[in-house]
Design a protein around this ligand. Structure first.
Ligand code: WTA
Length: 633
């Protein structure tokens, strides 16, 4: 049955004949049925499109659930498939990366051939600093090409990269360096965002001084605004490039498929951020396959994932996925409204971007400046659009579709997580769309929505979103804390992966994500944890206790609202509230700045002392407070 013959309920957008005719996967239904019938075969076929040093003995090893393994016995390196393999064929001369600086003054391009040279040079440099297989390297940089070289250089030599988003500040960076026991930190002297200079090196210095594991800091020059260099510890990248160490060729390390590729810290239900671990083999197959089918990548595409490499979206769909597919990617250094709200649309015209993948918060932020900005530019090169990070409200969806996509570009609303590594609930271009729904699970996946007791709920009822099947790019563990991995994802509903989201499924089998059910706040698509915010507040000498919650925000999706109990002898005041907002921003980063800090005498807690954030939220929104039987009196 063709997509158009299927009768669906509600506001439905069917794909055009043109989109269907060129799809990499023309019959979604048939492919989905086949994949579910034989999961390992489906993924095996995809894996066969990539090059392995040694083939696998087993596609899926589920003998020690939930510690699933994929492609066991195989040897591979993701960088071999991102770069080396393309040097033997025509992509060698194709552009891998196009980059423009925020001020529009710098333009850089790298072919796959050039990419190999740059990555090899950086790999040789970090090797000369003693970085070896299994070592951890923290990367704290702006959106410059060198962040890609740094990640790939680590992977090439078998080191585990841990990228920390450049919008985080000292405390967040320090905790992540310390937890990973990184030996090397790669940073920039500074970065540019929204016309402002970000003091990356200075923040890095403060963090590294408190991190004894760090032996060297490699500094990429971007701003040249004069930073202090520690003579023994810090090294300028551009100076090392001039030395004989920085050879143009470097052997790609042979890795086991299950060897770690990277860790990426993300916020969970409680406590400190956790290091999500991904591996060379499975993550490679997952990102390659999802990008190929969901965004229908073609040789002539110019793909722009407007995320930051510091989050999973950037890892999977700026760095690894596009290179694995031999695609041309565009990376833009700056923010969407600098120097004016036409900047993104200018870039689409200038570079002939064919696919734009961004977050609802960016769409909402640009939408408020009106149609005149995009209408000044030729956006006709666009073929497909994408959305990620939070539910997209139908109003933003329609603006994106009508004004940016000019009613001809389907929007791929991709639901996934740091933990899933790749898209999990997502349409492909042939799937009819409903604004605000991620449609259905990707090939090989099945989802379930259950109540508190794990029983499936009826259509259109809200419940916990679970994933039923293992997939190659699934997280393997929480680095250094396997018990927490089991506890967090697999214990509440045994045998199923708990996403931490609530959702509903409609009568057509379409999934609608509602939001997080844990202590994660999605602010402008960034995933932040209440625990880190609260501990930053409590580090202020006047604060005794603190609670953070997310409340709806027109542009950001959610904004952070904090409730604070002061130590004896301190009086609440608007000035102090402002000081505390600054305090959080200074310690964790400007993206974490609370919208509001309120003073309170008592926090609602359970008898075991857990803060009941949902009660604070209900009170703030003037909603019913729900079941209060566990509230301490
Ligand atoms: C949310 C980002 C609705 C969700 C890739 C998830 C979404 C969390 C969508 C993971 C979407 C992501 N629609 N919600 N299309 N995509 N989310 O780890 O709550 O930063 O659990 O990964 O973002 O955030 P993370």
């Amino acid at each position: 049955m063709s997509a158009k013959e299927t009768k669906l309920h509600g506001d439905v957008y069917y794909p055009s004949d043109e989109i269907v005719a060129q799809a990499n996967l023309p019959d979604w239904g048939k492919a989905a049925t086949a994949a579910l019938k034989d999961l390992p075969s489906f993924w095996e076929q995809e894996a066969q499109n990539l090059e392995w040093f040694k083939p696998w003995e087993k596609v899926l090893d589920d003998s020690n659930k939930p510690f699933f393994k994929w492609f066991t016995g195989a040897q591979v390196n993701i960088v071999h498939n991102c770069i080396d393999r393309h040097l033997k064929t025509s992509p060698k001369n194709k552009l891998a990366l196009i980059w423009e600086s925020e001020d529009g003054q710098l333009h850089k391009t790298y072919s796959f051939f050039a990419m190999n040279r740059e990555v090899s040079r950086m790999a040789n440099i970090i090797k000369s600093m003693g970085v070896r297989k299994g070592d951890r390297v923290t990367i704290y940089m702006g959106r410059v090409p060198e962040i890609m070289f740094a990640m790939l250089a680590c992977a090439k030599v078998g080191a585990i990269h841990s990228v920390v988003f450049g919008g985080f500040s000292v405390d967040a960076l320090r905790d992540r360096i310390q937890d990973s026991e990184s030996k090397l930190v790669i940073t920039c002297d500074g970065g540019y965002q929204n016309g402002k200079l970000i003091e990356l090196k200075r923040i890095c210095d403060d963090a590294v001084e408190q991190s004894p594991s760090v032996e060297n800091v490699l500094v990429v020059q971007r701003t040249d605004h004069g930073v202090a260099m520690n003579e023994t510890r810090d090294h300028w990248y551009h100076e090392l490039l001039e030395t004989p160490v920085a050879k143009d060729r470097c052997e790609t390390e042979v890795m086991d498929a299950e060897d770690p590729l990277f860790i990426l810290y993300t916020s969970g239900s409680t406590g400190k951020p956790k290091a999500i671990l991904h591996t060379h083999g499975g993550y490679m197959v997952g990102t390659y396959t999802t990008l190929k089918y969901v965004f229908d990548l073609k040789d002539e595409d110019r793909w722009w994932c407007a995320a930051d490499p510091g989050w999973i979206t950037g890892h999977s769909y700026i760095v690894y996925g596009p290179l694995l597919n031999g695609a041309t990617s565009f990376m833009y250094e700056g923010g969407p409204t600098h120097p004016n709200p036409g900047r993104w649309w200018q870039l689409i015209e200038r570079y002939g971007i064919t696919v734009l993948y961004t977050a609802p918060t960016a769409i909402r932020g640009l939408m408020r400046f009106g149609e005149d900005w995009p209408n000044q530019y030729d956006l006709s090169s666009l073929r497909l659009l994408g959305s990620v990070g939070e539910p997209i409200n139908p109003e933003a969806w329609k603006w994106y579709y009508d004004v940016i996509g000019q009613k001809k570009c389907p929007i791929m609303d991709t639901w996934w997580q740091t933990e899933t590594g790749a898209f999990m609930i997502t349409p492909t271009p042939v799937v009819p769309l409903k604004p605000g729904s991620g449609t259905r699970p990707f090939l090989g996946q099945e989802a379930e929505i259950v109540d508190e007791d794990g029983h499936p709920v009826e259509d259109n009822q809200e419940g916990y979103l679970l994933l039923k099947n293992p997939w190659p790019s699934m997280l393997r563990t929480i680095y250094g804390d396997p018990d927490r991995y089991v506890d967090q994802y697999w214990s509440r509903f045994p045998g199923k992966y708990m996403t931490g989201d609530s959702a509903r499924r409609d009568e057509d089998g379409y999934y609608w994500i509602i939001g997080r059910v844990d202590d994660v706040i999605k602010v402008s698509g960034h995933r932040l944890g209440t625990a880190e915010i609260e501990s930053a507040l409590v580090s202020h000498p006047m604060v005794a206790e603190a609670a953070a919650i997310g409340l709806p925000h027109e542009i950001k999706g959610h904004g952070i609202h904090c409730f604070v109990i002061l130590n004896e002898g301190n009086a609440p005041s608007p000035d102090l509230a402002e000081e505390l907002r600054q305090h959080v921003a200074q310690h964790l980063g400007p993206i974490v700045r609370p919208e509001e800090v309120s003073f309170i005498d008592k926090l609602p807690k359970t008898r075991s002392g857990k803060i009941m954030r949902r009660v604070l939220k209900a009170r703030a929104l003037g909603e019913p407070e729900g079941d209060l039987s566990t509230l301490e009196s």
